[in-house]
Ligand binder design. Structure first.
Ligand code: PLP
Length: 416
């Protein structure tokens, strides 16, 4: 193994006989070693030597179609977005070197929050350094000891970590199960603080939550509601506000969390809300206060991108076409997909096991296609998935080429 991370003799020398705190990683080390011993390329350390566009990069010296970037709206190479970043670098320098509550709030951070307020038509917007930190910060700050967080069992790691950090009682329910959610809500002691946390699109299978019903039930049971729209912002809903908009319940959501690392095309996270006391979170929320703010070039690209996404209906329509075509093409070839119908820009292909999944991932890369290989514990029900995320910049011809690549790789590996 290139980096010597699974050499037990070396580990013993290093620890000098004391309990090795790394022994808890042994199963994962063995899994990785077995995978590489089967001769496949490491699916978790691919290097993109050059990125040519939102849909193409050079990987291993070869022009590769990207189908696993979450770059749904293809904003990373938008000329206005790139220009805004360059200008901010010139005008404000490379970084803020400080927290938002000290020296880290520049004009660009305010403009980015203005763009978000306008995009969602909400009173307040707070920008974090990542989406992970937005969930970590908001959930841990509003739901503390003695409060209850009712959440979908398939929630993103940042949601679970936010619950753990806040020390709230965590009450998970079966994925997208409205009745199970209601039952759990009704069991919470009278008078306790309640937060229901949902996602618009669940990123592993690409399925959408039944938000209209869930939010109604949460409200009837006296809970506040937070919806993570990481994988739906920019794409789903008439104005790209997400599944909340599509379901007509955006005004019933107390908090919407999002990220700049997907449709917006850069890095960062945010929370928008109409709560009248929202601004106090800027002083109370540790993952906002105790970390440096985003660089000026990043907030400038984010603000420009968000403003352009408001007018992205043509791109949204094309992305739906791409998603539908990929979903129907793969189904016709005999692949098993995560959803019966296309519900988002994510199409998940279910693999029989990790070995076959890695072999298929490798065969696709040989064909010139990059997808994400996802495995437990990130995936539900111990599944191995090839996750495809489409981009509005994939042309219809590119989608046909992608389907041909799946056919070739699937036959070579013996999956179809
Ligand atoms: C549902 C969900 N929430 C939050 C995040 C975190 O976003 P970020 O990449 O900005 O940290 C992700 C990222 O994958 C996500 O899928």
């Amino acid at each position: 193994m290139s980096e010597g991370i699974d050499q037990p003799d070396q580990a013993e020398k290093l620890t000098g006989g004391s309990t090795d705190l790394f022994s808890k990683f042994d199963d994962t080390i063995a899994m990785r070693a077995n995978l590489l011993a089967s001769g496949v390329e490491d699916p978790f350390s691919l290097v993109m030597e050059k990125v040519l566009s939102p849909t193409r990069a050079i990987c291993n010296g070869r022009d590769t179609i990207l189908l696993g970037t979450y770059n749904y709206m293809g904003m990373t190479f938008d000329p206005d977005v790139v220009e805004a970043g360059k200008q901010a670098l010139d005008d404000f320098g490379s970084g803020t070197t400080g927290s938002r509550v000290l020296n880290g709030t520049y004009q660009g951070h305010k403009e980015c929050e203005d763009a978000l307020r306008e995009f969602y038509d909400m009173d307040h917007a707070m920008v974090f350094s990542t989406g992970y930190q937005a969930n970590l910060g908001i959930i841990s700050t509003i739901a503390g000891k003695g409060d209850y967080v009712v959440l979908d069992i398939d929630s993103h790691a940042s949601i679970w970590d936010g619950c753990a950090m806040g020390n709230a009682e965590v009450v998970p329910f079966k994925h997208n199960d409205i009745e199970a959610m209601e039952k759990r809500l009704k069991r919470i002691p009278e008078g306790a603080g309640k937060l229901v946390v949902l996602e618009g699109v669940y990123s592993m299978l690409g399925d959408v939550a039944p938000l209209a019903e869930m939010v109604r039930i949460a409200k009837e049971n006296g809970a506040m509601v937070l919806v993570d729209e990481a994988h739906s912002m920019g794409f789903i809903g008439e104005n790209g506000r997400g599944v909340c908009e599509e379901a007509g319940i955006i005004d019933d959501c107390d908090f919407i969390i999002g990220t700049f690392s997907k449709s917006v095309g850069t890095v960062g996270g945010f929370c928008v809300s109409n709560h009248p006391k929202f601004e106090i979170l800027r002083l109370m929320c540790r993952p906002y206060v105790f970390t440096a703010s985003l660089p000026p070039s990043v907030v400038a690209t984010a603000a420009t991108s968000i403003r352009k996404l408001m007018h992205g209906s043509n791109k949204r329509a094309h992305l739906w076409e791409n998603s539908k075509r990929l979903h129907s093409g793969l189904t016709e070839m005999g692949f098993t997909l995560g959803t019966d119908e296309p519900q988002s820009a994510i199409v998940a292909v279910i693999m029989p096991d990790l070995e076959k999944g890695a072999a298929m991932w490798s065969a696709l890369l040989q064909e010139g296609l990059y997808v994400n290989l996802a495995r437990p514990p990130a995936t539900p029900a111990n599944m191995t998935l090839l996750r495809c995320s489409l981009c509005a910049e994939h042309s219809a011809e590119e989608v046909e080429t992608i389907l041909q690549m799946f056919q070739n790789a699937g036959k070579a590996v013996g999956i179809i």
